[in-house]
Design a protein around this ligand. Structure first.
Ligand SMILES: NC(=O)c1ccc[n+]([C@@H]2O[C@H](COP(=O)([O-])OP(=O)(O)OC[C@H]3O[C@@H](n4cnc5c(N)ncnc54)[C@H](O)[C@@H]3O)[C@@H](O)[C@H]2O)c1
Length: 417
């Protein structure tokens, strides 16, 4: 949508509670943006947001689009993961800019569609909600890797303490059923996912993350935040293999902890013609030796490590990066850059003033790679050969179901032509 010089960006939020509340406030803080509608399937959460911004509210984003598409320029997608692509694709089809939470999508196929939609409509400003990518230490880390400050890159690592007991993983499907509260449209919450009975406190409100039908497990939840620096710096994409070691994946949930190993093709930044990537979650940690950190030094949680021939850079999702050379910590001699406000930057991009970095073409590549780890957890101990172009596991035909799901009627994510 072409915006006039004196116009304000008219923004609507899909998912107004949880992170959506933060996304609405962050966007509204820009002097050139205003919230014009909110959508949430939970009427309590919706009411709080519509009161805050004094705007109309909808339970169903399809109705919001039908009523207001002419007066919405841009959309925030802050729902559980399984709804991201359905909502974002619809918005882009209607020529709206999109800020979509991480992971970009619930499935690899969906990420590919958002990337295609973004290529098809380059005038739309897109951004994934990995706000720490805009922080100064991450921008400096990217620059340092690109400028050869670590030498040639030998390996990359990432790790998280999640799920940390904050949400269930590794358990069997819940039994029984609870009454659906009057304030919740359970059918709309399920959206594209298969119907299952409502259970109070089990899924709605943050806990959905570890269920295959709704989330992407700890790797989906955290890896787009944690791994963005090396992926952006080295333009990594399309893993060739994946192997997941875990022991409690179930039909319904991701495993409580896992080690994921992938191989990427090498490029001008890497020491060899392939680059190993190892991911740990559920509080499993890499060793100090692997990372090139001093023996006995505590390894901080929720970081990535980029290990090069001339040192290791540890990049946190908090506000710091640390540099080690010859297993001794040295000053991180930061290139001269500034941090950004992720929301402000996206609003500016909607006006064509800047170009986002975590746009959908980049964030789809990162999300696809991380979600391959989620696919791999269905085949513990097996090395899967990945054909990224065709989006299929060459040596496990059954894996097709995990890289593209089925959609309930009325909630289809349409392929981008
Ligand atoms: N960038 C970050 O740091 C960060 C932090 C937390 C969450 N997130 C991401 O934000 C998204 C939401 O996570 P959360 O923790 O806020 O979850 P949540 O379950 O707490 O909140 C989701 C909100 O969306 C609403 N919702 C659910 N389905 C909907 C639908 N079909 N249409 C409209 N509204 C719907 C829910 O009622 C709820 O208000 C996820 O993708 C998550 O990964 C990002």
């Amino acid at each position: 949508m072409a915006l006039g010089k004196n116009e304000r960006l008219q923004v609507a939020g899909i998912g107004s509670g949880g992170k959506g509340w933060v996304d609405l406030a962050g966007t509204n803080a820009h002097e050139d943006a205003e919230i014009v509608a909110c959508c949430d399937v939970d009427s309590n959460r919706l009411l709080k947001a519509t009161n805050e911004y004094d705007v109309p509210g909808y339970a169903d984003f399809r109705e919001m689009f039908a009523d207001m598409s002419d007066s919405i320029d841009a959309i925030l997608v802050s729902t559980p993961d399984h709804v991201h692509a359905v909502a974002a694709l619809k918005a882009m089809d209607l020529d709206m800019h999109v800020y979509c939470q991480k992971p970009l999508t619930w499935s690899i196929w969906e990420a590919r569609q958002l990337s295609l939609a973004s290529k098809k409509k380059p005038h739309l400003a897109t951004q994934m909600g990995t706000q720490s990518a805009s922080k100064v230490h991450k921008r400096q880390s990217v620059k340092m890797i690109q400028e050869g400050g670590l030498g040639a890159i030998k390996a990359i690592y990432g790790w998280t303490d999640r799920p940390t007991g904050w949400w269930p993983q590794g358990s069997e499907r819940l039994t029984g059923e609870d009454p659906i509260p009057d304030t919740l449209s359970w059918d709309l919450w399920l959206g594209p996912a298969p119907v299952r009975p409502f259970k109070a406190g089990a899924y709605h409100g943050f806990k959905w993350r570890g269920f295959h039908d709704f989330g992407c497990g700890a790797i989906g939840d955290m890896a787009c935040h944690i791994m963005d620096t090396p992926f952006y710096a080295m333009d990594l994409a399309d893993p060739m293999t994946v192997r997941v070691d875990c022991d409690d994946v179930t039909e319904d949930q991701f495993p409580s902890k896992q080690v994921v190993q992938m191989t990427f093709a090498g490029n001008q930044f890497t020491e060899r013609d392939s680059l190993p990537f190892t991911w740990y979650d559920g509080k499993i940690l890499p060793t100090n030796e692997e990372l090139g950190m001093p023996e006995g030094e505590e390894i901080p949680q929720n970081c990535c490590a980029v290990v090069g021939t001339e040192g290791t850079l540890i990049v946190s999702t908090d506000m710091w990066s640390r540099l080690f050379r010859n297993r001794v910590e040295v000053d991180f001699d930061e290139p001269d850059l500034e941090g950004r406000d992720h929301y402000k930057f996206w609003v500016d991009a909607c006006f064509g003033r800047v170009k986002t970095e975590t746009h959908f073409e980049f964030s789809a590549k990162l999300t696809e790679a991380m979600l391959l780890g989620a696919v791999g957890s269905h085949y513990p101990g097996s090395t899967l050969l990945w054909d990224a172009e065709e989006m299929r596991v060459l040596n496990r035909y059954s894996a097709k179901q995990y890289s593209k799901g089925d959609y309930r009627e009325g909630f289809e994510a349409k392929p981008v032509q």
